[in-house]
Write a protein that binds this ligand. Sequence first.
Ligand SMILES: [Zn+2]
Length: 101
Amino acid sequence: MKRLQQAPNLAIATLWADMLTGAGIPASVQRAYASGIAGEIPPDQSLPEIWVDDAADHARARALLDEWQHLPEHRWACRGCGEIVDGPFEQCWNCGAMRPA
Ligand SMILES: [Zn+2]
């Protein structure tokens, strides 16, 4: 097991782990439920993390994650407020509207 990257929330962590596993790199989400005790540990340690099962996959997983985080189709304009939303988000961070189909 080797730590790959911290994710901003559990939904994204799960998505990335699933995508890595689907790409042939077994990965899992760790510390996924630590947010419930966030008051007891530093905030930057309460976020979910992606771990690869095999440290030998780390570099490839790292490259894939970088690629996914910069996919152009992950940028979309919200119909509700016009905000540009970046990243693998299905919901506008500004007004809460769902991503257009
Ligand atoms: Zn919006």
